[in-house]
Design a protein around this ligand. Structure first.
Ligand SMILES: Cc1ncc(COP(=O)(O)O)c(C=O)c1O
Length: 374
């Protein structure tokens, strides 16, 4: 689909990144994390590319996302780990989705749903080992484990996994990571003593896959690194290739006099007579308004900075004495091969993380795909 803007996604890059992570996982299985529309890359193509690269599991936040994978014919094991009240548990059980049980109230709900579905629910118990977000904490853990052990003996559930999630793995050397690993081992002991033998025990996100061999267990769950972005700002990971390139055709270019205020609020004023190029992307497309006077953009063969306020649909770039023709492209970020900024450069400029930059690219921007697996 020809369009003035596109987020081009290199699916071979995703497959290649996943195989690199599988190598790093040294025998542990890989779950490709494809929640939030595959971190903005498109959930279905990203899932297929991850599977082609050697992932054997997929991970989503919500059951609705996992059901979307099933509806598209993807039958790999899928874990959905964030289950608010009212989620379609029976449908999830029917679809063979692993339900992440990270709240005590959910245990009974899943058992009820399994009775209704008349087949065992696949359940993975989530331990809170110190993130203090989702997951069952150490106080309630023994009872939750015992309840699920009883339910498994009754044939109501199969406990397929036990997992947890790190708080500070993106800060190598942070003491919380080792403390969480110890807590995870304690949680696993309780599971073992209750007679449960889950297929997969897992805790490692991208950062841990790359820095903590002791966190591999049976499976690792990389998200951001599968999309080619380093989970640890400042840690270059040779071989990882950013999969998304965000670009737009310029609307035009015009001459402005010295002292011209540019865009809403005149937050940028030209120092001298100059050429201003107009890029048809804005916060309605996920370009943060915080990129005002900060976001890096590649236009007319050079890297520049957004001039003035990012609007809903557009922003301006001061290209000095350079010129552009209608149809020339501005590249906001990409792999960096041709001097264009990367999503990490955007994250650095905006004091955020690359996850947010790629994931927030809106639905108005068509995704186009290159690569063998579509
Ligand atoms: C439970 C869980 N596992 C794995 C991941 C993947 O994390 P990352 O993208 O840092 O690899 C996430 C992402 O937030 C997550 O919530």
């Amino acid at each position: 689909m020809p369009s003035f803007a596109e987020a081009r996604v290199d699916l071979d890059a995703i497959s290649g990144n996943v195989s690199l992570l599988a190598e790093r996982a040294a025998g542990a299985l890989v779950m490709g994390v494809v929640k939030a529309d595959g971190y903005g890359h498109g959930m279905l193509p990203a899932a297929r590319a991850a599977l082609a690269g050697g992932a054997t599991w997929l991970g989503t936040a919500f059951i609705s996302e996992a059901l979307h994978l099933r509806a598209a014919g993807i039958d790999a094991p899928v874990l959905a780990w964030l289950v608010p009240p009212g989620e379609p548990l029976t449908e999830a059980i029917d679809a063979g989705i692993d339900i992440g049980v990270g709240s005590v109230w959910l245990v009974d709900e899943v058992l009820d749903a399994a009775r209704q579905a008349r087949r065992p629910a696949r359940v993975q118990l989530k331990a809170d080992t110190g993130l203090n977000r989702g997951g069952i904490g150490p106080v309630e853990w023994p009872d939750a484990v015992a309840a699920l052990a009883r339910a498994e003996a009754e044939g109501l559930v199969t406990v397929t996994g036990v997992f947890s999630h790190f708080a500070c793995a993106d800060d190598p050397g942070h003491p919380a990571t080792s403390a969480q690993l110890e807590a995870f081992h304690r949680a696993l002991d309780v599971v073992d003593k209750a007679g449960l033998r889950p297929e997969v025990r897992h805790i490692a996100n991208s950062a841990a896959v790359l820095t903590r061999p002791d966190a591999r267990f049976d499976l690792v769950r990389p998200g951001i690194a599968a999309y080619g972005l380093s989970p640890i700002p400042g840690l270059a990971v040779p071989g990882l290739r950013p999969a998304m390139t965000l670009s737009a055709i310029l609307v035009g270019c015009k001459r402005a006099l010295a002292g011209s205020g540019v865009s809403y609020g005149y937050r940028y004023v030209t120092e001298r007579a100059t050429n201003l190029a107009l890029v048809p992307l804005g916060y309605g497309d996920g370009v943060p308004r915080a990129a005002t006077n900060r976001g890096p953009v590649f236009v007319a063969g050079r890297r520049r900075t957004i001039a003035g306020t990012v609007c809903m649909d557009q922003f301006v770039v001061d290209i000095g004495e350079d010129t552009v023709s209608p149809g020339d492209r501005a590249i906001l970020f990409g792999p960096g091969d041709h001097g264009e900024p990367t999503a990490q450069d955007w994250a650095d400029a905006l004091d955020t993380i690359s996850y947010e930059i790629v994931t927030r690219i809106g639905q108005r921007v068509p995704r186009t795909y290159t690569g063998a697996v579509r």
